[in-house]
Design a protein around this ligand. Structure first.
Ligand SMILES: Nc1ncnc2c1ncn2[C@@H]1O[C@H](COP(=O)(O)OP(=O)(O)O)[C@@H](O)[C@H]1O
Ligand SMILES: CC(=O)N[C@@H](CCC(=O)OP(=O)(O)O)C(=O)O
Length: 356
């Protein structure tokens, strides 16, 4: 019995072998936020995943959000906060709170979680060493340009300090605050900041954790993970049949089917139909793959170890965005995408001096 149990474990480890080979030494930028960040047991699992990646020879970089934590602090202080086009309208007063919560609270918490496992994590703000330089961003609503305060668009990334930390075997943990050339501090959406950093580092993957299974086709608000019968009732119960391309039961229409994978052009076409929460996430994935990152993923942060499931299992999880095939036709990018079979096994590794 003990041997049988042990064999199951050995099988799991061996399934990871081609993926360990493919991603050894690879930089992976992970945007951490949503439920995975607020529930204690998920926070611990996330930290384990990140440290596992580090011991497995990958180079994880964390960019964290903290929208719910900022909301809570603004509420406590009685400062009103609204969102326009998925971005927080940020007054100078709110900016002080955003910076204090992200850099002084959330960043410290994430660093502390990871460092329970060893001296790995080092916290940084995007202001540090000119990591993120931003200009003031304006939102466009129904074709009209709207002022949203101290919200920034990243125009330059100086990633030298992050590279130095990676070379030293550390795990950089970064808050999405930026500064402008004149020293003004800006609030940047964390998905957007993660994508900019993934491009600057030419990361092998961008992973965005969130509070749904991935990008849903035909998403209807309030029906996450529900199979909806034709009469509109919940046919399968909460979190019933989801997570694949399979059809729902006879007599019911399945909504919220997760899109397993899509190419950049397909995503570009979908973007205008997406609603606010998903917009910065999917824009971030698009920016990443168009900027040379071979794969960008949206994963369910409510699932324990979703990062490991995505990287080290053959089937993967969540939604994967890939560059268009034409874009990967040039040799540099083809080399960066060693196998275009989307969820297929890695190509065999050729070692110098190995038997022919
Ligand atoms: N097509 C879609 N697929 C999945 N979720 C969507 C879609 N369109 C909008 N959403 C919403 O986007 C939310 C995720 O965005 P957000 O709340 O900003 O996440 P986070 O806090 O993780 O950054 C989901 O919880 C869901 O309510
Ligand atoms: C401009 C803007 O909206 N900034 C975000 C920054 C934090 C963030 O992005 O956090 P999540 O990833 O948890 O949503 C904010 O103020 O909430």
């Amino acid at each position: 019995m003990r041997t049988a149990d042990a064999l199951v474990k050995a099988h799991t480890l061996i399934e990871a072998l081609p993926w360990l080979a493919r991603f050894h030494g690879a930089t992976v930028v992970i945007k951490y936020g949503g439920n995975a960040m607020t529930e204690e047991h998920l926070r611990e699992k996330f930290a384990e995943d990140v440290v596992f990646l580090r011991y497995a020879g990958l180079k994880p970089v964390i960019v964290h959000g903290g929208g719910p934590q900022i909301n809570a602090q603004l509420d406590r202080l009685g400062i009103e906060s609204t969102f326009t086009a998925g971005l927080r309208v940020t007054s100078p007063e709110a900016m002080q709170v955003v910076r204090m919560v992200l850099v002084g609270q959330v960043n410290r918490d994430v660093v502390g979680l990871i460092n329970r496992h060893g001296p790995f994590a080092i916290g940084m703000s995007g202001e540090d060493a000119h990591l993120f330089t931003a200009v003031r961003k304006h939102a466009v609503v129904d074709g009209v340009t709207v002022d949203i305060g101290q919200v920034g668009d990243i125009v330059r990334v100086e990633a030298g300090a992050v590279r130095a930390l990676l070379d030293d075997g550390r795990i950089p943990v970064i808050s999405s605050i930026a500064r402008s050339d004149d020293g003004t501090v800006y609030n940047v959406n964390a998905d957007t900041a993660a994508a900019a950093l993934a491009v600057a580092l030419q990361a092998s993957k961008l992973i965005v954790l969130t509070d749904v299974e991935g990008l849903y086709r035909d998403w209807r608000p309030g029906t996450d993970g529900v199979t909806v019968a034709k009469d509109g009732s919940d046919a399968a119960g909460m979190n019933g049949a989801t997570g694949g391309d399979e059809a729902g039961d006879a007599g019911s229409t399945q909504v919220n089917v997760v899109i397993g994978e899509l190419f950049a052009t397909e995503l570009e076409e979908l973007l205008p139909s997406l609603s606010s929460g998903m917009v910065p996430k999917m824009e971030a994935c698009l920016t990443a793959v168009q900027g040379g990152v071979p794969q960008a993923h949206v994963l369910d942060g409510r699932v324990s170890h979703s990062v490991l499931l995505e990287i080290f299992t053959d089937q993967g999880v969540g939604t994967m965005v890939l560059p268009d095939i034409a874009e990967t036709a040039d040799t540099a990018k083809t080399a960066a995408v060693p196998n275009l079979v989307k969820r297929g096994p890695a190509a065999p590794v050729q070692l110098n001096g190995s038997d022919e």
